[in-house]
Write a protein that binds this ligand. Sequence first.
Ligand SMILES: [Zn+2]
Ligand SMILES: [Zn+2]
Ligand SMILES: [Zn+2]
Length: 278
Amino acid sequence: MKIHFLGTAAAEGFPNVFCNCDACTKAKQLSGKNIRTRSSVIVDDVLKVDYPPDVYMQALRDGIDMSLVKDLLITHTHFDHLNAKELISRMEGYAHGIEWPLNIYGSDLALYQCKQIFHEENGGREQFRLNKLQPFKTYNIGEAKVTPLLADHDPNETCLLFFIEKENTSILYGNDSGWFPGETWDWLKGKTIDLTILDCTVGKTSNKFSRNHMSVETVIEVQKVFREMNVLTDHAKIVTTHFSHNCGLLHNELVEIFEPYGIDVAYDGMIMNINKSQ
Ligand SMILES: [Zn+2]
Ligand SMILES: [Zn+2]
Ligand SMILES: [Zn+2]
């Protein structure tokens, strides 16, 4: 599987363009991998996770043909993960020469926000197929099998993580979440994971089990527990993403922190090719 990281920042982007903190100021000066847009990935050019406000710019920046995307998975409705109004650009009359519909998968709240757009536009419903997901149920989506897992994130809505399997290879898309809920740990028992993508919003803390979002220490603890559970394949990769400027850490500093653990730090535009399980 090819995993293309389109964005790797938390809600306000890194730098936050309204912010004059040290991290934002340095990120602007250094640029390059320190410029992070809102988190999203695209798998094999056809399966997208989340629809942040930066989709338009990300597609132009990385030469993404958005008309190839057949399936869209939504983790939750925070504005950095679902900017439903942008879907108008994909409606008939706005976009030409593309195949309809787009399959959208998410919780009832995520689908409700999409439906509101069709209502406002007085149309477009037939150009999107809305599919409500139940946690821990496995769905055939395109050529992949996708199982939504529960996150520890916003208690006001069902926040999902995704276990994506294709061609004997598996990805755990693990943001936004703090230390996983018990049901998610239980479901992962006996699985094999080739690529784990983890939330590292808050940077360094003293809490191994941080709630809502993970920290450096939480990510390292997840790796430890995964090893104890024997879910990681020999060549398994763990990648951190969804960084907030409030963590105060620039790309090189994050790389330095995670290097001794063999954990990678995602950056905007990063592409990984994940091989079959061994
Ligand atoms: Zn987020
Ligand atoms: Zn800042
Ligand atoms: Zn969130």
